[in-house]
Ligand binder design. Structure first.
Ligand code: SF4
Length: 429
């Protein structure tokens, strides 16, 4: 039987879809690239914003029209159980049991009975799952952590991903070893709140990075996102002494004024954030620091928004992912007065996106005439493209080998990318 998977949302969902895919392939199901031609359609949903929910539901409705076996899982189904139940899904689960979907499908085929599985408990253990190879990605992800206990006022995620929990340390290292043996040179450590990684045998994120970096042939270790409060002295020391850690950190700021940070229940103020960024830049001068900012959170006046603009310029991020505030039911922010109207949120997003473009361009241009190392991710007729350690996209005219690292001399910046000339291939140590 042929299966198709659609993934919405974050890197954790991408990883979990890869787990579902690998389990099905091992059980002799065939991967199919289009919804139309598949016998089984799996939609791994997202609920981070109203838009993500709407898109997830739209995709499920589309899947239902084909009259195939439809499986729905993920954050949107966890958050809107009733809505999805009413759609008559064949296998409906939340975030738990994604690693068992292949078994649920077998059971469904045998009995022809629909299944709905949601769990009520408060404390979940980390669900064992692993991936051996990412067939469509050069970079390999490992989900090392799940859940969040922070309860930022605007965020629905702790309600759908539940308590923080971490992958067993030894299994994490073993998974990384297998991924590297299978050809991946870059590992991305990911989670809902990756920096909170902590195991019963007292291993933290810095320990994971330290151990993974010893694997023969690994070239880069990336953290998908880290909270500023988790860049403690042990972590900064690891960043300083471990050359495998990439020159890129994604650190969510969320708001550029202390007033809104407090309303958001974020655990730092601007002075703390700026000081930590300075510490990272002192260790890695060419580091790219990217961020997420929510615009139009309740109580964000025009003046406070201006403050956010000023803070972003002042911190000099190399890219800002701008999210117009999305009112999520069950969250404290949704009950706050002084909600900002959608038109205003749209305007503010446009403004901050423009600032992001300017900062990004300035950061890219710093590398003109420099030599950078690029991991090639794509080769097309017209040449190849890949990413540097600090996540700059680089195009070269030559057809270079995919999944190899080359030294490239940057000659120009063009429409959001750097253009360069190949100098030499770097061999892995
Ligand atoms: S840290 Fe805050 S924003 Fe991030 S998942 Fe947890 S509650 Fe949401």
């Amino acid at each position: 039987m042929k299966f198709y998977i659609m993934t919405l949302g974050c890197k954790v969902n991408i990883y979990e879809s890869e787990v579902i895919k690998e389990n099905l392939l091992k059980n002799n199901y065939i991967y199919e690239n289009s919804m139309e031609n598949a016998d089984i359609i799996i939609i791994n949903t997202c609920t981070v914003t109203n838009m993500a929910d709407a898109k997830s539901k739209k995709m499920v409705r589309r899947a239902k029209r084909f009259g195939k076996i439809v499986i729905v899982c993920g954050c949107s189904s966890e958050n809107n159980q009733k809505n999805y139940q009413e759609m008559g899904i064949d296998i409906l689960i939340g975030n738990k049991d994604k690693s068992k979907i292949h078994m649920l499908i077998q059971e469904y085929i045998k009995t022809n009975k629909p299944t709905t599985r949601f769990y009520k408990e408060e404390n979940f253990d980390f669900e064992d799952m692993s991936v051996e190879k990412f067939h469509s990605h050069t970079r390999a992800f490992i989900k090392i952590q799940d859940g969040c206990n922070n309860f930022c006022s605007y965020c629905i995620i702790p309600h759908v991903r539940k308590n923080i929990r971490s992958k067993n340390f030894k299994q994490t290292i073993q998974e990384a070893k297998i991924l590297v043996q299978n050809g991946h040179k870059e590992i991305v450590l990911t989670g809902i709140h990756t920096g909170s990684y902590y195991t019963e045998d007292n291993h933290d994120l810095a320990d994971v990075i330290h151990e993974i970096s010893k694997i023969e042939n690994i070239k880069r270790i990336r953290i998908s996102s880290i909270e500023i409060t988790e860049l403690n002295s042990k972590m900064l020391n690891e960043i300083k002494n471990n050359s495998k850690i990439v020159n890129h950190f994604h650190i969510p700021l969320q708001a550029g004024s202390n007033e809104i940070l407090k309303r958001m229940n974020r655990k730092y103020d601007l002075d703390y954030f700026k000081k930590k960024v300075e510490e990272i830049r002192a260790i890695k001068p060419e580091v790219s620091i990217t961020t997420d900012v929510i615009v139009g959170h309740p109580y964000e006046t025009k003046e406070l928004f201006e403050k956010t603009i000023e803070t972003c310029k002042n911190i000099n991020f190399s890219k800002i992912h701008v999210f117009p505030y999305s009112k999520r039911e069950k969250t404290p922010s949704s009950k706050m007065p002084m909600q900002i109207d959608d038109k205003e949120k749209k305007e503010r997003s446009k403004h901050l996106n423009k600032v992001s473009k300017e900062l990004e361009e300035a950061f890219y241009k710093r590398f003109i005439n420099k030599e950078v190392e690029v991991l090639i991710e794509e080769n097309k007729k017209e040449g190849s493209c890949g990413f540097t350690s600090n996540y700059l996209k680089v195009q070269v005219a030559e057809k270079l080998k995919k999944n190899e690292i080359y030294k490239i001399k940057i000659t120009e910046y063009k429409e959001g990318e750097l253009i360069g000339i190949k100098k030499e291939q770097i061999t892995c140590k």
